[in-house]
Design a protein around this ligand. Sequence first.
Ligand code: G3P
Length: 219
Amino acid sequence: MKLFIDSADVSEVSALVKGGLGLIDGVTTNPSLIAQSGASIRERIAELCAIVDGPVSAEVTATDFEGMLKEGKALAAIAENVTVKVPLTEQGLRCCYALSREGVAVNVTLCFSPAQALLAAKAGACFVSPFVGRLDDIGHDGMLLIEEILDMYRAYDFATEVLVASVRHTGHVVAAARLGAHVATLPPKVFRALYKHPLTDRGLEAFLEDWRKTKQTIL
Ligand code: G3P
């Protein structure tokens, strides 16, 4: 499963890419993350594209077909590894279809149902982004949606990759991997949490304590 970082914070993404042993396969952003960063979208996407050797999702903010198409083309022109993100609306899917036919990679975002995911695949999306955390937040089962979409896509061999978004904790990442999701996009703190287990820390502490008593050195 590919791991993307869901952030528009250049220093955070850069630190994870450098320290991440090649574990980071891409980045996703959205208008809220760009707003939080305080940066200009074009500059920020260019910076992220230079840091990451993989797709960087940049989202349109127009809601009409023509506007989305223009914005999508402008975003795609920033760098070769831009993936244009469009919302899962009727106009967004029209835009996905048009851009995909021109060879632009499209990520259809804000997906909350299998029916929506079916349309995204038929519109030629490179990725579909179901939001598991936001579904869990309202008492639904986000991972069930991932399972349903994967079943459907496998039944028809759709090329669209399922990009698990709105990930809140490591449990979501493991559940996504067990289902065979293609990608999960993680907030930096969830990525870092993947390394952690209290028994690892406690075990290492005990090993080192015992080792110190031997007064040995390996080198
Ligand atoms: O970038 C899309 C998605 O990952 C946002 O997640 O945490 O705002 O629900 P969240």
